[in-house]
Design a protein around this ligand. Structure first.
Ligand SMILES: Cc1ncc(COP(=O)(O)O)c(C=O)c1O
Length: 401
């Protein structure tokens, strides 16, 4: 029996009732268009946490690096290890907090680069690394300039940087912060965070502390605020071809990377008055032809979309009817002739001239596109289309970072 990742794409699609297609050509396109926004030496970090927002971390990381990104960003140590085990040699920033001794050891072993958010955490690192000192571990100091999540108070940047610089086994590789409202058309809070970051940098410079790299921008600031690019931008959503907000759509031409497809598993005709699915939330008011499709909420289609969403069949829209169930949903296909069991439906993506996007689903379910993308579960295989995967680079480069 072949495992998912050993199966050729076509065989995978044939034996699946539903799957996620990852268009690596679209991903390359997005990386190149984001790079075109950057000036001079500003680098692009591909944020591939949460399995690359549901796209598959390893293939996204390989493609993004081959297309010109130079850094990878993850949230957790295991996410970084997964990339190293796959042969990725690019520098990897772990953006989440790391406090446990075992995590610190793993960071050093796998040449990951941690985020430090407090002197206490820096001490844990220095003490844990002391018994077997090698090259100093590059660390990235995070300042809280207004997100009120991870980070040391920006007003105390100097104290923090001086403290970490004095510790053995650590090397301050960058100082950074994260924006709370970069996707808002109102720049008030963004400007405040920018000013605070600048004030922190000025404080460091007046004490003759010059961290090698500074970074602040997420996708929204990468697209909309060149003054916030500094030495590196950390782009997630834009990499995957979605815009953080409608007003940012003019900044770059991005293409969605993910499409979700599923097969029609059963077709039947129903009489007027027939209830459909759990709770009979939908009752036919006329003779109808309905199609059962093999995808449901356990795959990542929000149940809240029941009776709200549509799918695409050869460029035509079909309304979803009745409660979405764990593994299946029903469609009204009365107006679509010649359908057969086994036919493929585009649940999310483009078909003909029409498209259904993660933004559409986010608007219908009162959430954000980030959550929609991350919501697709691993029981849907990720199938790369668009180009062959680049070879992982040689493992030698790992020692450089
Ligand atoms: C610290 C940090 N930087 C960058 C990003 C990327 O954000 P986006 O997907 O909006 O580009 C994230 C994602 O949440 C993050 O937590």
């Amino acid at each position: 029996m072949l495992s998912w990742d050993q199966m050729p794409n076509l065989a995978l699609m044939r034996c699946c009732r539903a799957w996620v297609e990852i268009d690596l050509a679209a991903l390359r396109h997005n990386v190149q268009h984001l790079l075109a926004l950057l000036q001079g030496r500003t680098e692009l970090m591909a944020v591939v946490k949460a399995d690359a927002y549901g796209h598959g971390a390893v293939m996204v990381a390989q493609t993004a690096i081959a297309a010109g990104a130079t850094w990878l960003g993850v949230a957790t140590v295991p996410e970084g290890i997964e990339l190293r085990q796959a042969g990725m040699t690019a520098p990897i920033l772990v953006m989440g907090a790391v406090n446990e001794v075992e995590e610190v050891r793993a960071i050093a072993q796998w040449h990951l680069q941690p985020t430090l958010v407090s002197p206490k955490q820096a001490l844990i690192f220095s003490e844990t690394l002391a018994p077997r000192p090698g090259q100093p571990v590059p660390v990235h100091l995070k300042l809280d300039t207004g997100m009120s999540r991870l980070g040391f108070p920006w007003q105390q940047a100097q104290t923090f940087v001086e403290f970490v610089q004095r510790l053995p086994h650590l090397h301050v590789a960058s100082v950074y912060s994260h924006l709370a409202t970069a996707d808002s058309p109102d720049p008030t809070i963004l400007n405040q965070q920018h000013q605070r970051f600048e004030a922190a940098i000025a404080q460091l410079q007046s004490a003759d502390l010059r961290p090698r790299h500074l970074h602040l921008a997420n996708s929204a600031a990468t697209l909309g605020h060149p003054a916030l690019h500094y030495d590196r931008v950390r782009a997630g959503l834009a990499l995957y071809g979605l815009y953080p907000a409608p007003h940012l759509k003019t900044a770059a031409h991005l293409c969605p990377v993910m499409q979700v497809k599923a097969r029609i598993t059963h077709i039947k005709d129903i009489e007027p008055g027939t209830g459909v699915s759990y709770g009979h939330q939908f009752v036919a008011d006329r003779p109808m032809r309905i199609a059962v499709v093999g995808i449901g909420y356990a795959d990542g289609v929000p149940r809240a979309l029941s009776n709200q969403m549509q799918v695409l069949i050869d460029g035509r829209r079909a309304q979803q009817i009745g409660a979405i169930t764990m593994d299946q949903m029903m469609l009204d296909v009365t107006a679509i002739p010649n359908l057969r069991e086994g036919d493929v439906v585009t649940v999310l993506g483009t078909s003909g001239e029409d498209a259904i996007t993660a933004d559409d689903w986010a608007a219908l379910t009162d959430t954000i596109s980030w959550e929609i993308l991350c919501g697709f579960k691993h029981r849907l295989p990720r199938i790369a289309i668009g180009q062959p995967l680049p070879q992982p680079a040689s493992s030698q480069a790992r020692d450089r970072h």
